[in-house]
Every structure is written in structure tokens, then in C-alpha cells.
Design a protein around this ligand. Sequence first.
Ligand code: IMP
Ligand code: MG
Length: 186
Amino acid sequence: MDRDIERTLIPHDRIAKRVKELAMQITADYAPTAAGDLEITIVPIMTGAMIFCGDLIRQIPIPIRIGLIMVSSYPGRSVKSQGSQLLGNRVGDIRGRHVVVLDDILDSGGTLRTVVPALQQMEAASVKSCVLLRKDRPAAHDVHVDYVGFEIPDEFVVGYGLDYNDYYRNIPDIVTLTKDAIARHA
Ligand code: IMP
Ligand code: MG
């Protein structure tokens, strides 16, 4: 696997530090009110947000429920977004609940533009969005997002949950792949 890595964009220790900051920000934003504790429902977009979600929620010390949502935008071997499609969800009844949807990366914006309205339609009390990475391209800045971990160049990246044809999610860092690796899985 190591020989497939072209360069490391964000090493795991920087990711850990930033995830902790995001968790503190979210915790502060959902602080208890006079009416009592707030609860949130975290909705990671599968499968890319899985690792991010695992690390983030363990640092948010407030009552949390998890819902899952499945979206396909980079099917299989594509390195360009093919348009977002909701494949299904295990969100449950979120009527009146505060939802924070998590994604690994904001690229064309198609995923958040599909998922956020779908959750609002399920009558959530509020829906905020959080992405670990945002690509430096105009489309990624055209869609509203509440929390962003890192701004990165407009390159195809893998690791820390992000995949190429479902591989490389287990790399601890955010990295780019060699041309050879991309060709080999194509
Ligand atoms: P968007 O819908 O174009 O904003 O893209 C978001 C989704 O596309 C993410 O949930 C990722 O699954 C996938 N994606 C976008 N860019 C990359 C990348 O550089 N590497 C791996 N997956 C990506
Ligand atoms: Mg995804």
C-alpha cells in the first residue's frame, strides 16, 4: 500500500488535532440551555465519513444518537463526481431533533445539496453540516457548510476513510496516489 502513496497532504497527528477542535466547537454550539441538555443526532454519510465520525463523536461529551445515510457520488473507479444519489438511510425518526451531518470531503457539493434537504424534509429541528476536507474549487464554496476541518488543493485524495474504488480507507493520513496505483485499480 505504501508504494501507492504519492505524497502525504495531512498527517494523522494533524488530523487528530483538528478533529478535537471541531469536536470542541460542536460541543460549545450545542451547550445545555435553560431548558436542559441538548441532544444531537450525528449522521455520517457512508462510507467515507465512518472513521471521521468514530474519532469525532468520542470527543463530544453530550447525548448523541447516530443515524446512517448512504450516498453514491464517486462510484467505483471514478475520480470525478458522477452526481449524487441517495441510496438509503438508517436515520430513524428525527422529527424535532438537532442533526449534524458529517462527510469526509466537500467537492462538487452535490452530496450536501442532496442530503441536507432530505434530512430537513424529515422534520429535523435543525440540520448542520460538517466536512473534514473542502477542496479548493468554486463549486465547493457555493454550498453552505457549518464546520470545515481543512481546506485542500483540488486533487483526488484517499485515506482516513476516503477511498479509491473502495480501497485505501485504512491509510491513517490524507494522501494522494501515484498514477501507477490509479491505473492499477482502473
Ligand atoms: P461532492 O458530492 O462532489 O461534494 O463529493 C462528495 C463525495 O464525493 C464525498 O462524500 C466523497 O465520497 C467523494 N469524493 C469527493 N472527492 C473525493 C476525493 O478526492 N477522494 C475520494 N472521494 C472523494
Ligand atoms: Mg462519500
